[in-house]
Design a protein around this ligand. Structure first.
Ligand SMILES: [Zn+2]
Length: 259
């Protein structure tokens, strides 16, 4: 069975560790810092066999070189369209990557928007989406476009509703706070806030989330819902076309007014 554990890095990053049963050959996703990864792998006698990178930002790639110094044979998957040293297998979406020692195969998804070449890895009912989507939120638009990010989120929204979503940061409570600005009367949102606040109160991660909960509460996926369109139009002060225009207004609203 595939086991997925978080390794905490910096203030709020999750580096995901993938292991099949007790097989010592493991993989990590987005190692921004090698130190906590090395500590855990050494402690448990594990061998790093693969690194999966979603995008070029330093808090997702900063540990790659240090890990390769210790495990030079690790295969490094990462986006073809971004300047990242050390990638050995460049992917841009549509490929299937096989990790037999983990007992899984991932489909690479092209999910630009946060950055221009961002990819995600989907398989075995789980999604590693980096900074494209967060629990109850989404990444900022840095080197991609709002239209791209909207379309990328819609492609994630089309995955099976029981998909477990492993994003790369613990931003959930802040994101839910903004989601309540957009949909103040949403019961699923209130319930999720309570549940996730309880988890954080116990020091537990709110990630992974389940796609069904994102579809019910994440305003960036809900840009076709009448009350979300209405809230976005109120912020923008004009009529908006459902979809990318509503998405852009909500992203701007959060960027400019919330955080
Ligand atoms: Zn990023």
């Amino acid at each position: 069975m595939l086991n997925i554990r978080p390794i905490l890095a910096f203030d709020d990053n999750y580096i995901w560790l993938l292991q099949h049963d007790s097989n010592p050959r493991v993989a990590v996703v987005d190692p921004g810092d090698e130190t906590p990864v090395v500590d855990l792998l050494k402690q448990e006698g594990l061998e790093l066999a693969a690194i999966l990178i979603t995008h070029k930002h330093g808090d997702h790639t900063g540990g790659v070189r240090g890990l390769l110094d210790l495990w030079p044979n690790a295969v490094v998957f990462g986006p073809a369209n971004e300047p990242i040293a050390s990638i050995t297998q460049r992917v841009s979406g549509g490929e299937r990557i096989e990790l037999p020692w983990l007992g899984v195969e991932f489909e690479v998804m092209d999910v630009p928007g946060h950055t221009e070449g961002h990819v995600a890895y989907y398989g075995a009912g789980v999604l590693f989406c980096g900074d494209t989507m967060f629990a109850a939120g989404c990444g900022r638009v840095f080197s991609g476009t709002h239209e791209q990010l909207h379309h990328s989120l819609q492609s994630i929204a089309a995955l099976p509703v029981d998909t477990k979503v492993y994003c790369a940061h613990e931003y959930t409570l802040a994101n839910l706070g903004f989601a309540k600005w957009v949909e103040p009367d949403s019961e699923p949102l209130q319930a999720r806030f309570q549940r996730d606040a309880d988890l954080r109160g116990r020091g537990e991660p709110t990630v992974p989330s389940v796609l069904k909960d994102e579809l019910d509460t994440n305003p960036f996926l809900r840009v076709g819902e009448p009350n979300v369109i209405e809230a976005a139009e109120r912020y923008a002060g004009r009529k908006l076309v459902a979809g990318a225009e509503v998405f852009t207004a909500i992203r701007n609203w959060k960027d400019r007014e919330y955080d």
